[in-house]
Ligand binder design. Sequence first.
Ligand code: NAD
Ligand code: UGA
Length: 469
Amino acid sequence: MVKICCIGAGYVGGPTMAVIAYKCPSVEVVVVDISKPRINAWNSEQLPIYEPGLEDVVKKCRGKNLFFSAEIEKHVAKADIIFVSVNTPTKTQGLGAGKAADLTYWETAARLIADVSKSAKIVVEKSTVPVKTAEAIEKILTHNSKGISFQILSNPEFLAGGTAINDLFNPDRVLIGGRETPDGMKAVKALKDIYAHWVPEERIICTNLWSAELSKLAANAFLAQRISSVNAMSALCEATGADVSEVSNAVGKDTRIGPKFLNSSVGFGGSCFQKDILNLVYICECNGLPQVANYWKQVIKVNDYQKTRFVNRVVSSMFNTIANKKIAILGFSFKKDTGDTRETPAIDVCRGLLRDEAQLSIYDPQVPERQIRDDLSMRKLDWEHPGHASSVSFSAPEQISVVTDAYQATEGAHAICILTEWDEFRFLDFQRIYDSMPNPAYIFDGRNIVDVEKLRKIGFIVYSIGKPL
Ligand code: NAD
Ligand code: UGA
């Protein structure tokens, strides 16, 4: 029986390993983590992350060929294939702060593998890492090893939050990068054989290590760039009377461009787009390519501009003062169907409104109150000026209330900001909501999900992104 161990039981490690266990009953999969509470949660009825379909897959395999454990050393030592799926956040201090990837967790994991291994291992980079990380990992493993053979593979993950299980069941592609030596190719084949249990061969792409590492950063940069492109157009639409949905539709019909990922929004969020682009920018700078670095930096600048533009629109529409006005925030997660709030645009929008002394009443179907309060009070890294005063924490607990349904959030509110496209927000009884709000009643739709004409008929003043006012 092939034994797999995955270091890191997070948003990627948990779901990917659950799907491997589910699709490969002949493989034993153990997911380990330094966080005991996280492991306990994986072993409980209440999984640590919310993903549609995940619970079902975990319940089918847990205790059979899928295990979650805090005994890291024991399971790493026994494994044939070790996935490393630890977090790789942006560095907050020192050289490259605000841009470079912090590989501390990765390095700790690599040193542990080197220390406890007694047999040959295939070590798989599942985390998103800077190009050439495999070279550094190889050094750590081989310098510390006792003649043990280690093969490093890059197998970046392309799942998206909220659709993780579907993405893992039906991936557009699986990418495996390895050394082009006989041992390297053998390792690539061993990993390919795992995925071949359910992924058609033509969707498994094998490349050299550096192409695989860079393709992951490139894919996220291209995706984020599409959103910033359409968001930049949304500002122009508002200035000219064009409608960004009509523009997206017309542009996306060109088969060379395609229709997906062209929804204008209050800005992209999520744990990876910004982090990975900053990482790419840093790599370009380190390689003496400032023009390329600046090109990608603009993707983040436009995203920041879109969030600021949204806040400014709210404030200016409400007679330039929102002090002590109740504003309902519908949605806090970075997209629907996830409780993940990492880099959610809601954080920046709420902070902007709080700075103007609004009273916020926040509702999200999946994000707990504690998380919202933590997110709004945490120090925020200013990626352009790490360490500068603008990264100071912002805390105003008395200006925030977190409630458990949309009607409670909107009752008596002067305005509603829709910041996540949860399906339930499309089907709210807006007449009931309007009747409970003072006049004029505003809706600022940061996700373009409401029926503007219908709401205007009710009496709302509606602002949608990139649409005529
Ligand atoms: P996460 O923070 O949810 O999980 C990482 C886990 O690793 C944590 O539970 C942490 O306790 C654990 N960990 C850290 N150091 C460890 C160590 N030395 N030993 C054992 N456990 C350790 O992160 P994530 O969202 O799963 O992301 C992991 C990687 O995958 C990142 O590089 C990210 O860029 C990449 N990625 C994420 C997504 C996504 O949708 N979240 C998608 C594709 C790729
Ligand atoms: C993204 C990529 O889609 C995954 O392929 C990748 O594996 C992952 O990052 C990662 O490396 O972490 P994720 O961030 O989970 O996945 O979610 P997306 O669906 O990409 O959405 C990201 C953000 O863009 C969200 O805030 C979403 O609301 C926003 N978005 C997306 C738009 O504003 N408009 C769109 O048309 C699409």
